[in-house]
Design a protein around this ligand. Structure first.
Ligand code: NCD
Length: 299
């Protein structure tokens, strides 16, 4: 059975297959699934991830059942373990998309699942399907996934999207990375060790101006408010990096600006109509990639 738990599970061959499949869905392919049910179980807030998975499954021809606030409205509020919840969903649906507040919890659900389980974000752990749609966005916008300079900006410590993105980038050649973050929010050692092992060069800086100047892709992220112990700690780091229109214009001509969204204050709205800004397109590409992902796990 195919679960999607962590982005390190993907090989170049699978990634190529998923890109191709997403492209065929973008070109109009749909309704390839009959009589199947997707369950979405979200213990943490979400707009794009849950709705795009649901939209994707309906476009594929399937049906959807959902709890959008599982922390309060599912039996977790009564003290049920994620394993017991999963044992029940096994008989209600054919595939489950789960977002949880704690790292490792989706893997625990997958361990007792008899249907494919997809990790839609597990606390500060990973967000593998976001990494896949990020790759698809780069592929569609720049036409390549090798030979890229990427700059990841913001809360690299708690941000699960950038963690998963680093894992999938390990499959490509001639990739170099720049991490821009305050020292308190720098990329964790597990990811750095993985990149070194994959032979991917990375540099760290605290300067946004410095970090973005040679980039083909600037990937902005939100300071992850919900991961801080106190409001003061969050406030001290919030607003540290703001991509202004002037800064966006200073980037290389063909460079793109990405963001998994939601944005708080890290990209000024004046950047939105820059031809480099692709973050809303990125959310749209997500539906096609999630169609490809759902097809892949059900095959
Ligand atoms: C991200 C997430 O949930 O990790 N959002 C998303 O899925 N598009 C990023 C974030 O919340 O900052």
């Amino acid at each position: 059975m195919r679960h999607i738990v962590g982005a390190e599970q993907f090989t170049r061959m699978t990634l190529d297959e998923l890109m191709k499949s997403a492209r065929s869905f973008e070109k109009g392919k749909r309704n390839i699934i009959k009589d199947k049910i997707l369950a979405t179980l979200f213990y943490e807030p979400s707009t794009r991830t849950r709705l795009s998975f649901e939209s994707a499954f309906i476009r594929l021809g399937g049906s959807v059942i959902s709890t959008e606030n599982a922390k309060e409205f599912s039996s977790a509020a009564k003290g049920e373990t994620v394993e017991d919840t999963m044992r029940v969903i096994n008989s209600y649906a054919d595939v489950a998309v789960i977002r949880h507040c704690d790292a490792g919890m989706v893997a625990r659900a997958a361990a007792v699942a008899s249907i494919p389980v997809i990790n839609a974000g597990d606390g500060p752990g990973q967000h593998p399907t976001q990494a896949l749609l990020d790759l698809y966005t780069i592929y569609r916008e720049l036409g390549r996934l090798d030979n890229l300079k990427l700059t990841l900006v913001g809360d690299l410590k708690h941000g699960r999207t950038v963690r998963s993105l680093c894992y999938v980038l390990g499959n490509y050649t001639n990739i170099s990375l720049v991490f821009v973050s305050p020292p308190e929010l720098s990329m964790n050692d597990d990811i750095k060790a993985h990149l070194s092992q994959q032979g991917i060069a990375f540099n760290e800086t605290t300067s946004l101006e410095e970090g973005i100047k040679d980039a083909d892709v600037v990937y902005m992220t939100r300071i992850q408010k919900e991961r801080f112990r106190t409001e003061e700690e969050y406030q001290a780091l919030k607003g540290r990096y703001v991509l202004t229109r002037t800064l966006a214009d200073s980037m290389k001509n063909k460079a793109i600006i990405m963001h998994p969204l939601p944005r708080v204050d890290e990209i000024q709205v004046e950047v939105d109509d820059s031809p480099k800004a692709v973050y809303f397109k990125q959310a749209a590409y997500g539906v096609y990639m999630r169609m490809a992902i759902l097809k892949y796990v059900l095959e």
